[in-house]
Design a protein around this ligand. Structure first.
Ligand SMILES: NC(=O)c1ccc[n+]([C@@H]2O[C@H](COP(=O)([O-])OP(=O)(O)OC[C@H]3O[C@@H](n4cnc5c(N)ncnc54)[C@H](O)[C@@H]3O)[C@@H](O)[C@H]2O)c1
Length: 284
């Protein structure tokens, strides 16, 4: 059974871990916060049981969860002595933090281990500059909630080898997801640029008092066939994460994709982070 390591047990890391153990991989999930690891495991147990009862997976929650190990540091994760075939980094959208972690991980893995990042917006090539072997590093941009969303962008950095890119594409297919190849490594890749452009105008319209978030969401669902509206998507993603992505895109010079209406900033300042905190544009 192949083992992988996922770093960061938040909304995305926990979701990626779940689909990996569902697909038969063994996963070592690491986070510096014990409560995040415990929450991830508890949420997975509930989600897996529901999926099993609905016929979405054959196995019950218990044997699937047996394939998950949690560790409160990367070092502790590597102590499991299992051969790690791949590592996916899913910590905060912070370039320096990600680079530090990736450089640290690289020193502890074998030559053939595939390295990946779940960054939403930072070019893979920029993160790869922290690595001695950038050729085995690829972007695997999952969409959240990961157990429900079929799309994964597979991003080829300037130095990513064709082999690593194809490994990433194959890995995504093994998880039962649809890989969209992104072969030019630009900030925000494809889908987040498109979403950001639409969401920018949504925030401007709310900021100018033209319409409410609820009505814009209803409009995008009923008028354009979006499954859920953009403000609901932002709430699900976490408004703190949305803000970090905005800052990262601004630092990359992509200011045209982001609104300065201040709506997200205000929510985050008040501790309204979306679904994760019980309140954002909606209450949960
Ligand atoms: N939220 C989304 O919808 C979404 C979608 C696609 C990609 N992403 C990207 O995925 C990444 C994670 O986003 P998220 O929404 O899961 O964020 P999150 O805030 O839910 O989780 C981040 C986790 O990283 C952990 N962490 C921080 N420093 C760490 C360290 N040194 N070692 C181990 N763990 C550490 C935190 O404790 C936290 O649990 C970001 O790069 C984000 O841009 C997010």
């Amino acid at each position: 059974m192949e083992t992988g390591m996922i770093i960061g047990a938040g909304f995305m890391g926990a979701g990626i871990a779940q689909v990996c153990i569902q697909s038969g991989y063994r996963v070592i999930l690491t986070d510096t916060k014990k409560e995040m690891l415990e929450k991830a495991k508890a949420d997975m147990a509930v989600s897996l049981e529901k999926l099993h009862q609905k016929g979405g997976i054959k196995e019950s929650a218990e044997p699937v969860l047996d394939r998950l190990e949690i560790a409160q540091s990367i070092e502790a994760g590597f102590k499991s002595k299992r051969k790690i075939s791949w590592v996916i980094e899913a910590v905060y959208e912070d370039e320096d933090l990600k680079k530090t972690i990736l450089a640290d991980v690289e020193q502890q893995i074998e030559d053939e281990t595939l390295m990946a990042t779940n960054t939403s917006s930072i070019p893979v090539s920029r993160l790869a500059s922290a690595l001695k072997h950038p050729e085995r590093f690829v972007g695997l941009h999952f969409f959240g909630p990961v157990p429900l969303m079929e799309l994964v962008e597979v991003v080829k950095g300037e130095m990513t080898s064709e082999k690593a890119f194809q490994q990433g594409m194959g890995f995504v297919k093994k998880l039962g997801k649809y890989p969209v190849g992104v072969t030019k490594d630009i900030p925000g890749f494809v889908m987040n640029r498109i979403f950001a452009a639409a969401f920018r105008e949504c925030q401007e319209l709310v900021g100018k008092g033209v319409a409410t978030p609820e009505d814009i969401d209803a409009g995008m669902r009923l008028g354009y066939g979006w499954h859920i509206g953009p403000f609901r998507i932002a709430d699900n993603a976490g408004l703190d994460t949305v803000l970090r992505i905005k800052k990262s895109m601004e630092a990359s010079g992509e200011i045209h994709l982001y609104s300065n209406a201040g709506i997200i900033e205000e929510k985050v300042e008040n501790g309204h982070l979306g679904r994760k905190s019980g309140k954002g544009f909606y209450s949960y």
